[in-house]
Structures are given as structure tokens and as C-alpha cells.
Unconditional design. Structure first.
Lengths: 323, 236
């Protein structure tokens, strides 16, 4: 998105603040230089009004007024900056989502028009129908993710937090993701031991794992190889998903969790995405009172996503709902 | 929809969306075109170098090298290849940038199959029409500007640059009809090879580009004059 850089809002703000303070200085200077004139004129016109306390009040009142104006201007500036940030975010959202909506829609329309206007062999018909179903599923997934994130932000989403054995949880989620993305045998290796239990909503963590696998596949050229490691510390169950993809530069590693943020790079093997995936991951992990971070040594060196989930307190560990 | 038989050409289809590429390849193939597919910008350049191409259908949002870069690269090497940009990006700025980089047409997703096929057909017809017009006279000078229609190279006292095939065809048509006011509809029919009323603004956009290239002051045009309600007139 190209931004209008002719008028920088920060420059306008700084200039305005400098203007206010220069005005304040001039006012004090003018007041002090004319103080004696005011006093003598006041004595001649109405001697009862001229006494020290009133002058001090007038001076302080003026200063307070100007400082208040400067503060109000700062507040307006902060509010405008926030609005501009939201507008930019909205623009990113429109650009990303319209691409993600229009591409499958264009494909469905193309195949429908093909089927209605041509004599298509049964094999081709089956192929086109299959492609349309895939596109419809893609549209459904996109709309579902937007609605889910909206529910998450408005706290309408209630988590079904239960105690899970770390190893069993990870093994199950990895197997489901491997199945969903049709990864070949041996593409994912699980290492480490995690005999501890953590509190998690399994359905929400499935979204997390699917997003991590989806990113790993999208940003890896050639065959996908993933390493999933797990361990328990005194307070957390930690799981790391490492790919051999294009990696993320250090300065962008926090940025990737921001809503609607997508990193553009000529190395990237894909342009698909809405900029919602890792934001969704972060929000889910936050609701679990856990932490998520991205570790990468830079371009071409792969990416590790580390997730830490709090352990179940020992007294609840053997509860009847443990899985 | 029928096939174009022996007149059909080779189309380089640059599209990273697998399902869309499959559908387009099938339909263009059914029309008699030979289709070569590329799934990203880098692949598109490879295919372009290794095969004789008559037309490019180019997506804009591509991995490795976006459609704008591919168009720029192709234009540097082959100014006469028609490029149809096919994209989900609908912003006027993208459209303008695409046309400035040498795209001959711009179609936004989702699109109608019939419209796409007609545009492809029209572009290939223009290409062959343009080839024929070249045989009739390859150079023209007006003022201190020289246009070589065989290489699409324009030389002014300050600089030299290349026109796109469509710009050159429009310029050639106006030159051939110099001194006469040519209606937009006539230009659409004879240069764009399309029915009048489809996109008369397209003519205006291309005239703006010619003015920017050739007029000392594009806001006060001397060579490409607009006669209100009638059309455009070229004065050498």
C-alpha cells in the first residue's frame, strides 16, 4: 500500500507543539516586559484591582491554559495516529482477504461456466467438480477463521480447558495435521518426552497446529520436513515446531503475530494468506495463559515456533477429566 | 464457443492458483490454443525464454517475482507480445501500473469465461493486424520525434523508449487518418478490434499515455487533440 508521505503527521505534531511552546514563551516574555506598565495603568484606572496575588493567578492561569491546549493537541494526535493505524490495518485486510476470496470464487465460476458451455468428458467433469469442492472448502475455511477470530476478540469463544498428557496431545494433533495436509510418511519427526499434563482446549490447539503446519508447507520450497520437539519444565509444557523453510528475519519475528500482517519477500514460494494465521495462534495461546514465540536465524534457515502451556497444578493432575 | 483451428497461437499462462490454471488451460486448449503453464514469476521467465510465445495471460500476485516484474522483463525483450493481466487486484492504481508497464488488457477476478476468450482472441487478432500494418510502412516522423514501428522504438531529442504494440497500433491508425477527427468507436473497432461501447474510457487512457510520451505539455496537447463529443484528431 502506497502511503501519502507529503505531510508526515509526526512532523506536523512536533511543529505544532514547538509552536505552542514558543507562543507560551512569548506570552510570558510579553507579560513580564509589560508588568510595570500594567501596574501603573491599573493604579491610575482602578487601584483596588492591582495587587500581587491576582497577577500571579493570571500568569499561572495563562500557562495552565496553554499547557492544557498542548495536552489536548497531543491527545488528538494520539487518537488520530490510532485511527490511521486501524485504517492501514483495514486496507491490509481488504487487500489480503479480497485476493483470498476472489481467487477461489473465480475458479468456481470458471469451472461452472465451463461445465455449462462445453461438452466435458466424465473424467474432466469429475476433476472440475473436485477442484470446485476444494475451492469451496477454502472459502469456508477463510470465512470460518474470520468469524472465529471475531468471536475470540469479543470474548464470545468459551474454551473447554481440560487436562491433557503432553505427549498424547502432541502426537494426536500432529497425526491429524499430517493427515489433513497429506504429508508423506517420515515428513514429521516427533522428539523428546513430556510426561507432564497441561490444560488445553484440544479443538483450539488443533487450529494452532494446523496453522503452523500450513505455514511450514507454504513457506518451504521442495519437500516439507518438520521436527516437533516436546519437553516439560517446572512450570510449562513446551512444544516446538521447526521447519526448513525460508525463515524469518530477526526484525520481523514479533511482527508476524500482528493482525493482518504478512511479510513479503522475493524468496517466498507463495502469496496466499490473509495475515490472520499467527495472530489467531497467539490469541489462542494467550487464552490458555501460555506464550508463543518465533525463533529463526534468518532468511533460508528455517523457523521454529515455540509454544509454552502452563502445567496442571499437581492436586488436579489425577482428576477424572484427564485425558 | 468453438476452436480457432490453425490460426490459434501459443499462450503462456502464468497463474499460481492450481485450480484456476487447470480450468484456464482446459478452456484455452479447447479453443485451439497451445498452452504453456508457469506457476510463478521465475518459471514464467524460463518458459518465455525457451518457447515461442504469442500471448501471455499473467496473474499479478505471484511468488518469487510478481506480475508487474514479469511484464517489465517481457517488455524489455519483446515489445510486441500481447499481455493480458488477470488479477484479483481491482485498485485503479494497480490497473494504471499494469497498463504503464505494457499490459495490453486488464481483467479482474472473478471473470466470465466468454469475456476472457474474446479478449484473448481480440489481442491475437490485433497482433496479426499489427504485423500486417508494419509491412506497409515502418517509420514515421513528426516534429523532432521519430517512431520506428518495426522495433516500436521512439526517439525524441531527449530520450528514446519503446511503445507497447497497442500504443503503436493506435498511433499508427491516428497517423494514417491525420487531419481527420476519428471517433472513439472507430478506434475501438479498428485498433482494439472490439465492439464500440464496451470501454470507451480505454481509448482515453491510451490517448493520455501517447500525450505523455509525445506532447511537450500534455495538458495543452498539440498533436493528439480531443474534439469534444466527436473523437480524437492527430496533427503532425
Amino acid at each position: 500500500m502506497r502511503r501519502n508521505r507529503r505531510y508526515s503527521p509526526i512532523a506536523i505534531f512536533v511543529l505544532a507543539q514547538v509552536g505552542w511552546f514558543v507562543l507560551l514563551g512569548l506570552w510570558i516574555f510579553w507579560y513580564v516586559s509589560n508588568y510595570m506598565i500594567f501596574v501603573s495603568a491599573g493604579e491610575r484606572i482602578s487601584p483596588q484591582f492591582v495587587f500581587g496575588a491576582v497577577n500571579v493567578v493570571a500568569l499561572v492561569g495563562g500557562i495552565v491554559l496553554l499547557v492544557a491546549l498542548a495536552s489536548a493537541f497531543a491527545l488528538i494526535f494520539a487518537s488520530l495516529s490510532q485511527q490511521m493505524k486501524i485504517t492501514r490495518m483495514y486496507d491490509n485486510f481488504i487487500a489480503n482477504v479480497s485476493h483470498e476470496l476472489k481467487s477461489p470464487l473465480a475458479s468456481i465460476q470458471l469451472h461452472l461456466e465451463t461445465l455449462s458451455s462445453r461438452e466435458v468428458t466424465p473424467e474432466k467433469r469429475a476433476e472440475f467438480v473436485g477442484l470446485m469442492i476444494k475451492d469451496a472448502e477454502r472459502l469456508h475455511a477463510l470465512i470460518h477463521s474470520i468469524l472465529e477470530i471475531s468471536g475470540l476478540e469479543e470474548k464470545r469463544r468459551v474454551y473447554d480447558l481440560r487436562a491433557h498428557r503432553g505427549e498424547a496431545l502432541v502426537r494426536g494433533l500432529v497425526e491429524e495435521a499430517v493427515d489433513q495436509y497429506r504429508l508423506p510418511p517420515g515428513a514429521v519427526e516427533i522428539t523428546g518426552q513430556a510426561p507432564c499434563a497441561c490444560r488445553a482446549d484440544r479443538r483450539a490447539l488443533k487450529v494452532v497446529f494446523n496453522n503452523l503446519f500450513d505455514n511450514a508447507i507454504k513457506y518451504t520450497e521442495g519437500p516439507v520436513r518438520l521436527a516437533v520437539s516436546q519437553r516439560c519444565t517446572s512450570r510449562h509444557f513446551t512444544v516446538e515446531v521447526t521447519d526448513r523453510g525460508i525463515g524469518i528475519p530477526e526484525k520481523s519475528q514479533r511482527e508476524v503475530f500482528r493482525k493482518f500482517t504478512r511479510l513479503y519477500s522475493p524468496d517466498s514460494p507463495t502469496v496466499k494468506g490473509t495475515g490472520l494465521g499467527l495472530y489467531w495462534v497467539r490469541e489462542i495461546i494467550r487464552h490458555h495463559r501460555g506464550r508463543v514465540r518465533v525463533i529463526s536465524e534468518g532468511r533460508g534457515k528455517g523457523t521454529t515456533v515455540r509454544i509454552e502451556l502452563p502445567l496442571v497444578p499437581p492436586r488436579r493432575r489425577a482428576g477424572p477429566r484427564e485425558r | 464457443m468453438g476452436t480457432n483451428g490453425a490460426e490459434a497461437g501459443t499462450i503462456l499462462l502464468v497463474e499460481d492458483e492450481e485450480s484456476l490454471a487447470v480450468g484456464l488451460e482446459y478452456n484455452l486448449g479447447e479453443e485451439g490454443y497451445r498452452v504453456i503453464r508457469a506457476a510463478d514469476g521465475a518459471q514464467a521467465l524460463e518458459r518465455f525464454d525457451s518457447e515461442p510465445i504469442d500471448l501471455i495471460v499473467l496473474d499479478l500476485m505471484l511468488p518469487h517475482l510478481d506480475g508487474f516484474e514479469v511484464a517489465r522483463w517481457v517488455r524489455d525483450r519483446s515489445p510486441q507480445i500481447p499481455i493480458l493481466m488477470l488479477t484479483a487486484r481491482t485498485a485503479p492504481a494497480d490497473r494504471v501500473r499494469g497498463l504503464e508497464l505494457g499490459a495490453d488488457d486488464y481483467l479482474t477476478k472473478p471473470f466470465h469465461l466468454k469475456e476472457l476468450l474474446l479478449r484473448v482472441q481480440g489481442m491475437l487478432r490485433r497482433k496479426s493486424w499489427y504485423r500486417k500494418t508494419l509491412e506497409q510502412g515502418a517509420r514515421y516522423s513528426f516534429g523532432d520525434i521519430e517512431v520506428d514501428f518495426s522495433s516500436l522504438l521512439c526517439t525524441t531529442p531527449d530520450t528514446s523508449f519503446r511503445l507497447t504494440p497497442l500504443e503503436a497500433a493506435l498511433l499508427k491508425y491516428l497517423i494514417e487518418n491525420r487531419g481527420r477527427v476519428v471517433p472513439r468507436e472507430e478506434l475501438l473497432e479498428n485498433v482494439w478490434q472490439t465492439k464500440a461501447g464496451v470501454a470507451t474510457r480505454t481509448v482515453d487512457n491510451f490517448i493520455v499515455r501517447l500525450r505523455r510520451y509525445f506532447e511537450p505539455d500534455p495538458s495543452q496537447p498539440q498533436h493528439f487533440r480531443n474534439v469534444r463529443g466527436a473523437g480524437y484528431e492527430f496533427r503532425p
